[in-house]
Design a protein around this ligand. Structure first.
Ligand code: NAP
Length: 258
């Protein structure tokens, strides 16, 4: 049995770890990373890095490597690879599951402005503040590049490249982040508005609490939808259970069978 995990998230690593822990004997697990991060946290087991060459390239890869199931555990905002995975599954007939950590929901005291895109978020900012904590990643900074009157604190794993805002300080870091650290960051930089994707999960949620405590508005970019027809689970345990169920149901071809 060969499972391909499309990764780049903590959940993908956690699934690879649990499958590698010996709970699924005979299961071959390959994790795939896009190669965006210079020093990625690697999951156990086989790892391949780099794009497949679109949906057809991925379909070819699945066939050539005799993949029996795909778990799309990519980031909720990695919409292209998720759409490619759905197309490749349709082309090859290989079962596909999407692992998506649940999104965040506002609680009392939150001042959230939901938007559909980075561009829409940029359009809202001048009315909300002057000193922006921008946590949407180093790719996509172009959407904010024309906002010359605003100052940006950009936090990203690797250094951003142009086009980017003219008035910007870069903080190279990656989660998990603490509430204490986030409070201090907002205070030290006199941030008055925060921008985030609705990434969900605990690792980067403390900024939302810190913003709520400080009474700051947060611009939250909504997720793209999971491709229609693809079953979705919220975490690695449920993904492992889906694989178990298929293994026990004999939904994968039996390599020793006729
Ligand atoms: P994307 O826009 O959906 O994908 C762009 C292209 O990158 C895909 O068409 C594919 O190239 C390649 N690709 C993406 N994920 C891949 C994977 N796991 N393995 C092999 N190729 C992959 O993706 P993205 O938003 O740039 O994200 C790239 C990676 O970073 C993903 O693995 C994601 O989980 C992770 N990540 C993304 C974000 C985010 O905010 N977007 C945040 C944290 C982590 P081909 O068409 O050539 O196959």
């Amino acid at each position: 049995m060969h499972v391909l995990i499309l990764g780049g998230t903590a959940e993908a690593r956690s699934l690879a770890e649990s499958l590698a822990a010996g709970t699924h004997p005979g299961l071959r697990v390959t994790s795939s990373l896009a190669g965006r991060v210079s020093t990625p946290r690697l999951p156990p087991g086989e790892v391949r890095v780099g794009g497949f060459g679109g949906a057809e390239g991925l379909a070819r890869w699945l066939s050539e490597h005799a993949v029996d199931a795909v778990v799309d555990a990519t980031h909720p905002f990695a919409g292209t690879i998720s759409s490619n995975a759905a197309s490749a599954a349709a082309i090859t007939g290989v079962p596909l599951l999407a692992l998506r950590r649940p999104g965040w929901t506002p609680v009392a005291g939150d001042v959230w402005h939901a938007t559909g895109s980075l561009e829409e978020a940029a359009g809202l900012l001048p009315a909300l503040g002057r000193r922006v904590f921008l946590t949407t990643g180093r790719l996509g900074l172009a959407a904010f590049a024309a906002l010359d009157d605003l100052w940006f604190l950009v936090r990203s794993v690797d250094a951003p490249q142009a086009p980017a805002p003219a008035r910007m300080e870069v903080l190279l870091d990656r989660g998990p982040f603490t509430l204490r650290g986030e409070r201090e960051l907002l205070r030290r930089h006199a941030v008055d508005v925060v921008v985030t994707k609705d990434s969900g999960g605990e690792a980067t949620a403390p900024k939302l609490t810190a913003a709520r405590e400080a009474g700051l508005p947060v611009v939250v970019i909504r997720r793209p939808p999971v491709p229609s027809g693809v079953p979705v689970v919220p975490g690695p345990e449920a993904a492992a259970a889906w694989l178990d169920e298929r293994l026990h149901r004999g939904a994968f071809p039996d390599p020793g069978g006729p």
